[in-house]
Design a protein. Structure first.
Length: 289
């Protein structure tokens, strides 16, 4: 059985979907902008340009169970023609050049799970105005996926580094230590199942990154900046007296996709079935009333 696990992990080639942290010092009697994360398997499944996407013939997919996620950048954009970086940037994650080129500093990354708070920021640090869009540069996602091996169903944990470039020393995956000590470009992954681990690098440009503003406000290749629209806009007056909560709901609807060898809808890497995408499939920002 251990030999079969090693074969499974070796054939697991996964293709996946800036400055210092903001000062979040609490200020007495000052309302906050509170940003939460949500991972929704029933939310619409989109492609890179924000259009509904079906699973191609010959492929299969499943909705993973995401346990935690990290972002490196959050921006509120007033309109569809606002260039990336020229909106209201409310969060910049930690970066470093320790590994050479500029990269996300994974050791200082901020994480949140489903329905958990990712960011709390005093509202007086956010410019008053109406924002139609939000942009989130994703850095990391971790969750469980099901796979079939020798006719038996198992669950493994996948760590996906989807940021533009990430500096990683060592990280823990289900109690297993993964040593990297260097920079890794978008698409680096690690997998753990039954105590066995594997790691690899996906090809450039393979991660689905939905951007409905593809024509009016493109994003750089490899940046993993997912874009979503507020249904009725998001207005900050500067006169708020209570916290304002924004939920960033990400679609994980069949976001783990692979090519089928055995047409049974189950992922079977030992049969040569290879993953073709694990990018998130859409973003809907919601303002809590």
């Amino acid at each position: 059985m251990k030999h079969l696990f090693k074969i499974c992990l070796l054939t697991f080639f996964v293709v996946m979907s800036c400055s210092e942290d903001n000062d979040e010092t609490q200020q007495p009697n000052t309302p906050n902008l509170v940003i939460k994360l949500k991972f929704d398997p029933s939310q619409e499944r989109l492609n890179n340009v924000g259009e509904p996407a079906t699973i191609p013939d010959g492929n299969a997919a499943q909705s993973p169970t995401i346990s935690r996620m990290s972002a490196n950048y959050i921006e509120l954009a007033p309109g569809a023609f606002t260039p990336l970086g020229e909106g209201e940037v409310v969060f910049n994650g930690s970066e470093t050049t320790t590994g050479g080129d500029r990269a996300i500093n994974f050791q200082n990354a901020r994480f949140a799970g489903n329905d958990e708070v990712f960011l709390t920021l005093p509202l007086n640090q956010v410019s008053a105005g109406t924002y139609e869009w939000v942009r989130v540069s994703l850095a990391y996602q971790e969750g469980d996926v099901d796979f079939l091996l020798d006719g038996v169903d198992y669950t493994g944990t996948l760590a996906s580094f989807v940021g533009y470039n990430t500096y990683i020393t060592t990280f823990d995956l289900n109690g297993q230590s993964i040593d990297v000590n260097g920079n890794r470009l978008q698409g680096f992954w690690a997998f753990e199942a039954e105590g066995f681990t594997a790691q690899g690098q996906a090809p450039a440009g393979a991660t689905t990154v939905p951007n409905p503003l593809f024509d009016s406000s493109p994003i750089p290749q490899g940046s993993c900046v997912v874009t979503g629209a507020f249904e009725n806009g998001f207005t900050i007056t500067g006169e708020e007296t209570q916290d304002v909560e924004v939920v960033l709901s990400f679609s994980i609807n069949n976001s783990f996709e692979w090519t089928e060898v055995n047409a049974d809808g189950k992922y079977e890497p030992s049969a040569g079935e290879q993953v073709v995408d694990m990018g998130l499939r859409g973003l809907i920002p919601m303002v809590s009333e």
